[in-house]
Structure formats: structure tokens, C-alpha cells
Design a protein around this ligand. Structure first.
Ligand SMILES: Cc1cc2nc3c(=O)[nH]c(=O)nc-3n(C[C@H](O)[C@H](O)[C@H](O)COP(=O)(O)OP(=O)(O)OC[C@H]3O[C@@H](n4cnc5c(N)ncnc54)[C@H](O)[C@@H]3O)c2cc1C
Length: 454
């Protein structure tokens, strides 16, 4: 049996940073990881996908070059080996960076093993019992696979396995038209594959407002991606080298199928019931405002607690716990204003409530929208797809949310994220003097155009 001050299960985007802080302060910590340091973000999520998105964008820019008077002789070719090599290097460099960092921390022990609770203060890893008064769970999530007839019998891809795919699919059928599915769909279309998105809901990215979802559909359709919404009756069948995907609209012959229908927490093989840690119906670990579970001395951070599905939300969980446990602060999960991006090109930057959510909250709200086609920076760059939208509370004058779908949307949204976190009343933004020409310079105009909606 080995005793520690703290044990971390899973080396995602929260636990390792807390482990490193504790180890730097001389505490004896164990970090138990069953696969790779850095978790999903580094190895199968943000880093490889955004590297692939960058290659896809380079192909798109090269193909559109003649619109800008830049002439490229011949067809634009894609070398998938180089494309994947770039992504792999980015991942390996980041993972090695973490390995080197943790190797240098004397009181941190990294154990490569599956961790499993056998008592509330004890886990087993590699057959050894590890005991600590504080245990932090950071086990993340994995693709959730729906129970469609025939799916289990065909060689489908997930967001994890598609990153390793060496060949270019002839026809990629993406099941699920939400964030992960959309990114891969556009990326592979730009690499040269025929792509079809099959979505069971009425809209792509259906958590967004309808005008944003419609603009997303326009963007992907403009690149030749086929979109089928309200798909029902899905079934799958292997047919020679292909996979037949049947929906209510007929049968699609795919060379590859990507299943991107959401993610489920890695909490089913952790022995949580032995420790008495409660989960909700979907398996997410139930935590309070300080990320503590129902068992004193056990915390759950990152995607596995269901309060975020992003690297920055997982990292923020680390910040909250570190501030409260190590710095005497009283930071709360409920203070977090949700923000995220969808990395199609152009990207969607999002913060706070959608218009639909704001309306449903019963507040009297103000809304302002502007198409990117009326934004100078977008016109100059020749990339006018999308729109910008801000939603505010008429009474409190607080900004409730924003969606910037268009070039630099993932960056420009930060002006609104900062204003919301600073609780700046919206009229203040009308009098800032932004830099011309930028996408952000439209924010004062959007604010001036806020109008009551019924
Ligand atoms: C394709 C894709 C693209 C994404 N793009 C973005 C993006 O652009 N921006 C963004 O913010 N987020 C993105 N995400 C989400 C992001 O990757 C995750 O939200 C992020 O990694 C935070 O996860 P985490 O810290 O909860 O755990 P994870 O990063 O998932 O890590 C959990 C770790 O725990 C380990 N583990 C699990 N169970 C055990 C066990 N019992 N014992 C030992 N180890 C265990 C796993 O092996 C893993 O290493 C993307 C995700 C995917 C799949």
C-alpha cells in the first residue's frame, strides 16, 4: 500500500495542473492515467483537430486563390500523410512537454494504469492500493455510440479513430450534425471527400438559435456537403467495401462512417459505487458549487461532472478547486459564464444565453444582429458568411449572450466574454473606440442597434 497526500485519476485538463501545483508545494501526489498525459484535448480532441482544420483551411484558401487574383497552376493536391503528420507532431510535442514537466516534480508519481476505487480513500492501480485523504477524479468522456440497427456490425469511425485515418474517404457519412461532426465534415470535404451529414434534429448545431443554425447550414452546403436533417430510422449494413446507411430518405453508400452523436462520461468503470460517489442518470458525477462530490475528500473535475465539455471549462474547474483549497478563496462553479467555439471555418464564437434561452427565461430582452456581409473587415477579406448577434437584458442592461459566426468569430467574442465577466452594462461598450478595420469594431454598432423583441 502506498500513501499520498492526494491522488488524481485521469490526466485530462484539470487534475494534472492541480497535481503539479500541489507537488510544487512539496505535497506527495500520485497521478494515475490509463493512456496518455493530456487526455482528450491533447491526444484526440482540440489539438489534433484544430491542426487538421488548419490544413483544411489552407486547402480551401488555395482553391479560392483565384478569387483574390492569385493564380495557382493545376489542381490543389492533399497529402494526407503530411496532414496527419502535422497533427501527430502537435500532439506528441504537447504530450512530451507534460511528461518533461511532471518528470521534474520530485513529489509527483505518475502511474500509467486504470484507477478504480475500492474504498472512499483508496484506489487500486496496477494491482497496488493507493491511499490519500484527497482524491480528484478527472476521467473525462468518450464518444457515445447509439444503438442503431447494424451499426455494431460495420467498421464505423469515432472522433478518436478518425484522427488516425491514413486514407482519404471517398464518401464520408457523418452521423450527427453538432460541433464535432460539423468540424470533421467540413475538414474532410476540404481534403477532397464527398461528405454527407445525417442529423436527427431539425437543425444543425441545434442548441444554437435557428438563424445561427441556418447560417451554419448555408456555410457547409456552399462547400458541397449534403445535409439531411430530421433523419429517422437509421440502419447500417456492410456491402462489399462500402457501408450502406439507410434513413427515412433512402440509402446512402458510404466508404466511411463517422459516428459523432455526443459523448458519455468515463465513470462506469471507476468503482464509484464502492466509494459511494453519486452520479446522475447519464453517469455524470454529481458535484456541488465547489466541485466536491457527495463524499467528503473526493472531487470531480472536467467533462465527467457534466458542467462543461471543453478544455477551458475543465481548466476552470482546476482553477476553482486550486483557489479554494490552496489559496483560501471561495470561488464557485455557478459564477462561470459558459463560452465556447465551433471550429468550422468561419468559426462560431459563443457566450452566455442564446436568444431562445433568454426569451424562455422570461426577461424583457433586446437583440441586435448584423450579417457579416455588412462588416468591412469581412468584405475586404472576401469572407462574408455568417452573422453577429448580441442579446441583452433591457432592465439590468447586462449582456446576456452573443454569437459571432464569421471570420475571427472565435477571437472577437472575447470582447463580450470580458464585458460579461466584468458585468459591464452594455451602454458602456457603445463608447469604446475599437480598432479599424476589425470584426470587433462592429460591437458598438451592434450595441446601438439593440431592439426590444416580443
Ligand atoms: C474531436 C474533439 C474536438 C474537441 N475540440 C475542442 C476544442 O476545440 N475546444 C475545447 O475547449 N474542447 C474541445 N474538445 C473537448 C475537450 O477535449 C475536453 O473537454 C477536454 O479534454 C477536457 O476533458 P477532461 O479534463 O474532463 O478530461 P480528458 O481530457 O478527457 O482526460 C481524461 C483522462 O482520464 C483518463 N482516464 C479515464 N478513466 C480513467 C481511469 N479509470 N483511470 C485512469 N485514467 C483514466 C483518460 O485516459 C484521459 O486521459 C474536443 C473534444 C473532441 C473529442
Amino acid at each position: 500500500m502506498s500513501e499520498f497526500d492526494a491522488i488524481f485519476i485521469g490526466a485530462g485538463q484539470a487534475g494534472p495542473f492541480l497535481a503539479a501545483r500541489m507537488a510544487s508545494a512539496g505535497r506527495k501526489v500520485a497521478l494515475v492515467e490509463r493512456k496518455y498525459l493530456g487526455g482528450t484535448c491533447v491526444n484526440a480532441g482540440c489539438m489534433p483537430t484544430k491542426t487538421l482544420v488548419a490544413s483544411a483551411r489552407a486547402a480551401h484558401v488555395a482553391r479560392s486563390a483565384s478569387n483574390y487574383g492569385v493564380l495557382i497552376a493545376g489542381e490543389v493536391g492533399i497529402d494526407m500523410k503530411i496532414v496527419h503528420g502535422r497533427a501527430e507532431k502537435v500532439t506528441l510535442d504537447a504530450r512530451r512537454g507534460l511528461e518533461t514537466w511532471f518528470d521534474g516534480l520530485d513529489s509527483m508519481t505518475v502511474i500509467y494504469a486504470q484507477g478504480r476505487f475500492v474504498e472512499p480513500n483508496t484506489i487500486v492501480a496496477n494491482g497496488e492500493r493507493l491511499v490519500a485523504p484527497q482524491i480528484f477524479i478527472n476521467v473525462g468522456a468518450r464518444p457515445s455510440i447509439p444503438d442503431y440497427p447494424g451499426l455494431a456490425d460495420v467498421p464505423y469511425l469515432t472522433s478518436t479513430s478518425i484522427i488516425q485515418l491514413a486514407e482519404l474517404p471517398r464518401h464520408l457519412v457523418v452521423i450527427g450534425g453538432s460541433y464535432i461532426g460539423l468540424e470533421f465534415a467540413q475538414m474532410y470535404r476540404r481534403f477532397g471527400a464527398q461528405v454527407t451529414i445525417v442529423e436527427r434534429g431539425p437543425y444543425l448545431a441545434s442548441r444554437e438559435d435557428e438563424d445561427i443554425s441556418d447560417a451554419i447550414a448555408d456555410i457547409v452546403r456552399a462547400e458541397g456537403i449534403t445535409v439531411q436533417t430530421q433523419a429517422t430510422g437509421l440502419s447500417f449494413r456492410k456491402a462489399a467495401d462500402d457501408i450502406e446507411v439507410t434513413t427515412n430518405e433512402g440509402t446512402i453508400t458510404a466508404s466511411h462512417v463517422l459516428v459523432a452523436t455526443g459523448r458519455r462520461p468515463n465513470t462506469d468503470d471507476l468503482g464509484l459505487e464502492t466509494a459511494g460517489v453519486k452520479t446522475d442518470a447519464k453517469g455524470f458525477i454529481i458535484v456541488d458549487d465547489s466541485l466536491s462530490t457527495n463524499i467528503p475528500g473526493i472531487w470531480a473535475l472536467g467533462d465527467c461532472n457534466g458542467h462543461g465539455a471543453f478544455t477551458h471549462t475543465s481548466y476552470n474547474d482546476f482553477e476553482i478547486v486550486a483557489a479554494n483549497l490552496l489559496d483560501g478563496a471561495d470561488r464557485k462553479l455557478s459564477d462561470r459564464i459558459p463560452a465556447y467555439a465551433l471550429y468550422i471555418d468561419p468559426p462560431l464564437g459563443r457566450v452566455g444565453l442564446t436568444e431562445r434561452q433568454a426569451r424562455a427565461s422570461g426577461r424583457s430582452i433586446l437583440v441586435s444582429t448584423r450579417p457579416m456581409a455588412r462588416i468591412g473587415r469581412a468584405v475586404e477579406k472576401g469572407e462574408t458568411q455568417g452573422l453577429m448577434k448580441i442579446v441583452a437584458d433591457a432592465e439590468t442592461q447586462q449582456i446576456l449572450g452573443a454569437a459571432f459566426l464569421g471570420i475571427e468569430g472565435d477571437e472577437a467574442i472575447h470582447g463580450i466574454i470580458d464585458a460579461m465577466n466584468a458585468r459591464t452594462p452594455y451602454p458602456t461598450l457603445q463608447w469604446s473606440v475599437p480598432i479599424h478595420p476589425t470584426v470587433s469594431e462592429i460591437v458598438p454598432t451592434l450595441i446601438a442597434d439593440l431592439r426590444a423583441v416580443s
